[in-house]
Design a protein around this ligand. Sequence first.
Ligand code: DX5
Ligand code: ZN
Length: 217
Amino acid sequence: MIKVAPSILAADYLNLQRDIETVEKGGAEYLHIDIMDGAFVPAISYGPGWVKQIRPISKMVLDVHLMVQNPERYVDEFADAGADIIGVQVEATQHIHRVLQMINNKGVGAEVVINPGTPVSAIEPVLHMVKQVLVMTVNPGFGGQKFLPETVDKIAELDAIKKAKGYDFDIEIDGGVNNETVVEAAKAGATVAVAGSYVFGADDPVAKVNAIKEATK
Ligand code: DX5
Ligand code: ZN
């Protein structure tokens, strides 16, 4: 059964604690926190101060997705704020190996992220140093987009490398995930599913967390 990472991008910011507690009690293992800088992606979301305030109210794995140009500038701040995993987009830095080293040196789980247009080969040289790989299943920047089925082949490709080399990283998917789109992705090897609008856009977010899990049993 897949682990679920509700994305607070789609939560009610004026009732954020309520929404976080709802999904945590409802069985979500991760909480996905999307950081957008208005440069790598057009939107601006929120910063390390949010991670710092969320940390003491939740035991979920705080899964920070940096959609930020030159993420090396922010690793220390997000690590000190209490992130458990810090994800960096391979497209956003000229020094992916160094950034992942920085994250590991802070004692935080390092994650590398690839956009739909980026091949798995772009991250092969760093797969030995990550706790998680995020395969974007939409182009990053906004919630509520449609899942891109052509990304599923990359999940399978990663899963094959993982098995061949004996790595144990999680494979996460992000964008357009619901109880239908998650099925093929999980079959291909995805182990963590991010879901924003599907979960927090619903009247009963817990039912949606469970629906994702049930669909991948
Ligand atoms: C998109 C973000 C996602 C977003 C997913 O750029 O990285 O984490 O919250 O939203 P949904 O699940 O609505 O596609
Ligand atoms: Zn995300």
